[in-house]
Design a binder for this molecule. Structure first.
Ligand SMILES: [Fe+2]
Ligand SMILES: [Fe+2]
Length: 328
């Protein structure tokens, strides 16, 4: 049996921010064969639905109230994010300049479609009815889709499909879109790990995939800039456009509503959370929505610093920080 590489191994993989900041993976390495052995038969072994079948969602997560509402909103937004990502990635597959890109982006498309499935299906574990689920998700997330998701989706489509700019598209996806979401994925794993272990595993599995997406995206841009140093101003320009876009997006209302609900909801579980730390010295129960916002912003900055330096464009650190993408 082929050994599952550490970065895709459920127990051995690093945390998302650590892995995405420090691992080197390339499109050529992460081809279809890698995906079948490392992901389908590795990360997903025993967890085809995103979490171990032995885990069940606690009853209190099905009781109407702020905790259920907070996770519901998170799953609704994430389902819509992943659906949009899958559709956008179809353009990346269509525009792939060569076979390594074709294979890698086909696997990423499959990963995002799978994330959509597992986030969507966890809503059933919270007691939402299966009938009409997707219609209900679209209704509940309509404002979020309009104000946050659609502009971001259109940005990626504009670059890769309309402008036919593949490397610009990789920059947009790996740095502007997934880079900004990485902190929220890590935080989600930490927030739900104790309260709803299945939701924690769902977030963990998605995080293991994101390590690969972010690491491969950055190595692709890095190699492109080594091979085509003349494209540097162009890559910086795509980053500038992405920063401008984030400056116009009103995500705060969605993030804070959800975090307020989580705040109220976790108070009923003080005992369960009494020893649980987000990171050494910081108990989850002691954090406020504003603290978690600030933690995510700091993680985003740290990840961007590490990746931009690795890609050879450290000058982008300053102006990307200035954009302070806030999505939790
Ligand atoms: Fe995803
Ligand atoms: Fe991804």
């Amino acid at each position: 049996m082929t050994k599952v590489p550490a970065e895709a191994d459920w127990d051995a993989a690093p945390g998302l921010l650590d892995g995405a900041a420090n691992l080197e993976l390339t499109v050529a390495q992460c081809d279809l064969s890698y995906w079948f052995s490392a992901v389908a038969q590795g990360t997903l072994k025993g967890r085809p639905d995103g979490y171990s079948g032995e885990l069940s969602t606690p009853d209190y997560m099905r009781e109407p109230g702020p905790l259920r509402e907070a996770l519901t909103l998170e799953l609704v937004y994430r389902s819509l994010d992943e659906e949009a990502a899958t559709k956008v990635l179809a353009d990346y597959v269509a525009m792939a300049p060569d076979i390594p890109e074709l294979e890698f982006f086909s696997t990423q498309l499959m990963d995002e479609a799978r994330h959509h499935m597992i986030f969507r299906n966890h809503l059933l574990n919270l007691g939402h009815p299966a009938e009409g689920l997707m219609d209900w998700i679209r209704q509940t997330g309509a404002e979020y889709k309009k104000k946050v998701l659609t502009p971001v989706q259109e940005f990626a489509t504009q670059i890769v499909r309309t402008e036919g700019d593949f490397v610009g598209g990789v920059v947009a996806f790996a740095i502007i879109i997934e880079g900004v979401l990485a902190a929220s994925t890590e935080l989600s794993e930490l927030k739900w790990g104790v309260l709803d272990p299945a939701a924690g595993e769902i977030a963990r599995g998605a995080a293991i995939d994101e390590i690969r997406h972010l690491a491969v995206g950055s190595s692709y841009v890095r190699q492109h800039l080594i091979d085509h140093p003349e494209d540097r101003p162009h890559v910086l320009d795509v980053l500038r456009r992405g920063r401008e876009l984030w400056g116009t997006i009103e995500d705060a209302e969605f993030v804070m509503t959800r975090e307020q609900l989580f705040q109220e909801g976790m108070q009923a579980h003080k005992e369960l959370l009494k020893d649980y730390e987000l990171f050494p010295g910081k108990r989850l129960i002691d954090t406020t929505p504003e603290d978690r916002w600030a933690i995510a912003a700091q993680w985003n900055d740290e990840l961007a610093d590490a990746r931009l330096a690795y890609m050879g464009i450290p000058e982008a650190i300053e102006f990307l920080r200035a954009s302070a993408p806030r999505i939790l």
